[in-house]
Design a protein around this ligand. Structure first.
Ligand code: UDP
Length: 327
């Protein structure tokens, strides 16, 4: 299939693009490079463009005879979204609407959407199933939830089949450790700890150690980027017959912040300073996925569920690319 990968120069989008190419698809990356990296794009056509540019979207869809769209181009920082809600609703919601309009107007009717566990807010039951209440507590989560709702209503008109994939903590590096995380500024736990292990930052700060968990630190469900992308391929295959697909993507096993730090120490063989700070606002104590729906309906299995393997792949990427993609 000819697949438009919006945000294909970013962390998840670039891994997805490489995987699509490996599986015989023709990915076309559409990215404005505001956050992504041109050198992360492998084996794909590249169009530098903005999702706000309806005319360029339509032109690109027609030029490459696009059959389906995967959409990764969004802002992802919770704290930033609280400071700039309008910026988040514009980029994550309005631009997604623009993209869907371009798809409907050109007759493209398969859409795979990057969603997030942030749509659940602070869930009362763990592990999280797809059907529990969606009560986002920040503009980031709500902007994703709003797109999900728009997709649901749109699918009921018969004009769009979609899969909304709710990611837990995507991490690790794909393509044999060559496609990893390079965010500016970095805010994600595993790359930050690796920076401490590499001596690129003085320490790693734990955001709170007084949570009701076994060691007091927050527990998250870390899912390897390759496993995450694999689920997109499976979902895409189903969109010929299914109008609405919604799946959690996680391993179902949680690791605490302290356990992640210990794993990085073990994998890297490095020691570094760990300090404990205040809680980060809006962090629920435990977020783990019940991903049995994806396992049953998609036949999804994870190849790299062990945290050590995930961290090894990230460590490999950061060592080979100490300055990230350098662009
Ligand atoms: N975290 C931390 N120190 C950091 C960055 C993150 O203790 O410097 C914690 C954060 O509070 C959360 C977990 O690590 O409990 C994962 O955070 P991340 O930002 O990577 O992902 P999130 O769960 O927010 O999507």
């Amino acid at each position: 299939m000819n697949i438009l990968v919006c945000g294909g120069a970013g962390y998840i989008g670039s891994n997805m693009t490489a995987m699509l190419a490996r599986h015989g698809h023709n990915p076309v990356v559409y990215d404005n490079l505001s956050k992504g990296h041109k050198s992360a794009i492998r084996n794909a056509q590249f169009v530098r463009g903005d999702l706000a540019d309806y005319d360029l979207l339509v032109e690109t869809i027609k030029k490459y005879s696009i059959d389906a769209v995967m959409h990764f181009a969004a802002f992802i920082e919770v704290g930033e979204s609280v400071a700039d809600p309008l910026g988040y609703y514009y980029n994550n919601f309005c631009n997604a609407r623009n993209l869907l309009q371009a798809m409907v107007d050109t007759g493209v009717n398969k859409f795979v959407f990057s969603s997030t566990a942030a749509v659940y807010g602070e869930p009362e039951t763990i592990p999280i199933t797809e059907d529990i209440a969606k009560q986002p507590i920040n503009p980031y989560g709500d902007s994703k939830r709003a797109v999900e709702l728009m997709l649901s209503f749109l699918s009921k008109t018969g004009k769009m089949n979609y899969a909304a994939l709710r990611y837990f903590n995507a991490c690790g590096a794909g393509e044999d450790g060559t496609l990893g995380e390079d965010h500016q500024p970095e805010s994600h736990l595993i790359p930050l700890i690796i920076q401490a292990a590499m001596g690129k930052r003085e320490d790693i700060k734990i955001f709170g150690n007084d949570y009701p968990t076994h060691d007091g630190t927050c527990i998250r469900d870390y899912i390897h980027i390759e496993d995450l992308c694999k689920a997109h391929l499976l979902a895409l295959d189903k969109l010929d017959d299914e109008a609405e697909l919604i799946f959690n993507l996680g391993n179902g096993k949680g690791y605490s912040v302290l356990e992640v730090i210990e794993t990085v120490k073990k994998v890297s063989g490095k020691d570094f300073t760990v300090i404990t700070g205040d809680r980060r606002p809006g962090d629920p104590p435990v977020l783990t996925a019940d991903a049995s729906r994806a396992r049953q309906q998609l036949g999804w299995t994870t190849d790299f569920p062990e945290l050590e393997i995930i961290v090894e792949s990230a460590w490999k990427f950061h060592n080979a690319n100490p300055d990230g993609y350098g662009d």
